[in-house]
Design a protein around this ligand. Structure first.
Ligand code: B12
Ligand code: SF4
Ligand code: SF4
Length: 389
């Protein structure tokens, strides 16, 4: 491919890029040099060696390219890092109070940000290229690029002890995107760490997913467990999940820097009313077509009905509400074993042992090994009636 010659000075090209990005509504911008994250590769490798990525095999498969931007694209000259503020209009932890309803994380209450940000990045790139020259590539989330350390190097914020990027101007609520160019543009100064002695995010985690400050074990993170993890959720983590049915914001919401956060301006990311605190009973009734319609354009659609219903059933089990028993009972005959197994667990949290034993007998024909194992465990678990007594 022929590369276009540089058409503007580095400073003028950077100004143009920033103007175009602001016009698309981005709230935080900065340029990082490709060699600006020298520590990130080794830290990523260590994380992978520890197995902290769980079953996100794609993180391990792309590790070599992910470790440094120049490995992903050898011709890279600089990276524009962009942050889009999605500050919520209420404290997302409010949704944790009513256990008969599900808590959906802020980023997933509106439209899928991947599509939205990618569209914006492509428009910026198509306007930049003919006027500035070079080549460009755009990235959001799914490409093997370490967006948080790059954003820190570009001065958008710093990686807090919860590992996400925190901004003094926006708090925790920035979604990130990147535009890489072959042009060398003047880099911005990196942001420094402003966590100090604070550890609010570490203490807020419901499943103790931080083995140490600045390090996360994704296998324990509710976001991983409810969105990325494909199998049954480990038993020892189910109670901690509470009513979080898609992602988690507890560490983000705990950060004191959120006092400077502003309401997100992007209407398509704003919470849809039906996603603020949906009734678990409503969600448990979604069949495949209803699920797809309900979550069209939402990131939840990508996780699929089966994993989503698994999450809803864990929340039903944690609800303490006997009125939800019929919802879980109906799902004992769902075609998918992941759903059936989660339904068994939910019922074991809500029913007394004799009633559960009768149900077990009625479903003695269960053929899936994992679901049978759930029945075995359920029978041996303490009776909720005696626990409450
Ligand atoms: C994999 C992934 C996940 C995984 C793993 C999370 C993680 N922290 O790595 C899971 C599924 C758990 C996840 C969850 C979430 N994610 Co996510 N995720 C990613 C993804 C695809 C890759 C992140 C990555 O490279 N991880 C590998 C680890 C090793 O890298 P790291 O997190 O940068 O780790 C650094 C620190 O550990 C630090 N470190 C390690 N040791 C030490 C020691 C010391 C002394 C120090 C100082 C530092 C340090 O250095 C490492 C390298 O920089 C990015 C998109 C992207 N392409 O970057 C989005 C991304 C990070 N996710 C994002 C979001 C919004 C979330 C959630 C908030 C979603 C939700 N509400 O449920 C949660 C937050 C959970 C959390 N506390 O991190 C945003 C974060 C935006 C921001 N402001 O930072 C991103 C950037 C997507 C985007 N384009 O906006 N995510
Ligand atoms: S997103 Fe939730 S579960 Fe994951 S680390 Fe943060 S507080 Fe813990
Ligand atoms: S809560 Fe405290 S420790 Fe965690 S990221 Fe915010 S300032 Fe840093």
């Amino acid at each position: 491919m022929l590369r276009r010659p540089r058409l503007l000075s580095p400073a003028a090209a950077k100004d143009l890029l920033f103007d175009l990005a602001r016009a698309e509504g981005f709230d935080a911008l900065g340029i990082a040099a490709p060699d600006s994250i020298p520590l990130a590769g080794d830290r990523l490798r260590r994380w992978l060696v520890e197995g902290a990525h769980g079953d996100m095999e794609w993180m391990a498969e792309t590790a070599e390219r992910r470790a440094a931007p120049a490995r992903l694209w050898p011709e890279i000259g600089s990276v524009l890092m962009l942050g889009l503020n999605y500050g919520p209009d209420e404290d997302p932890r409010a949704a944790l109070a009513d256990r008969t309803r599900g808590a959906i994380s802020v980023y997933a209450r509106g439209d899928d940000y991947h599509e939205l940000i990618k569209g914006k990045l492509k428009r910026i790139a198509s306007r930049f290229l003919p006027r500035a020259g070079g080549e460009v590539k755009v990235f959001v989330d799914t490409a093997p690029l370490m967006e948080k350390p790059l954003a820190e190097a570009a001065g958008l914020g710093w990686q807090g002890k919860h590992t996400n990027l925190v901004s003094r101007a926006r708090g925790s609520w920035l979604l990130l995107g990147a535009i890489a160019t072959t042009l060398a543009l003047p880099p911005d100064a990196p942001e420094r760490d402003h966590c100090g002695s604070c550890r609010a995010c570490l203490d807020a985690c419901p499943t103790q997913a931080f083995p140490a400050p600045y390090r996360i074990d994704a296998r324990r993170c509710v976001s991983y467990l409810t969105i990325e993890h494909k199998g049954p959720i480990p038993h020892e983590l189910r109670a901690g999940i509470g009513n979080r049915i898609y992602g988690c914001d507890d560490c983000l919401a705990a950060c004191p820097w959120n006092k400077f956060a502003a309401l997100g301006r992007e209407a398509r990311l704003a919470a849809r009313t039906e996603n603020r605190a949906p009734a678990l009973a409503e969600l448990a009734r979604l069949d495949e077509p209803a699920f797809r319609t309900r979550f069209a354009k939402s990131p939840i659609k990508r996780t699929g009905r089966v994993r989503f219903l698994r999450n809803v059933l864990v929340a039903i089990g944690n609800s303490g509400d006997p009125a939800l028993v019929p919802e879980a009972e109906r799902l004992l005959v769902d075609p998918h074993p992941l759903v059936r197994g989660a339904a068994v667990w939910a019922l074991a949290q809500l029913l007394d042992r004799p009633t559960l034993a009768r149900l077990k007998t009625a479903h003695a024909g269960e053929e899936d090994d994992e679901v049978r194992d759930e029945w075995r465990r359920a029978a041996g678990a303490p009776d909720p009636a005696s626990v409450m007594a």
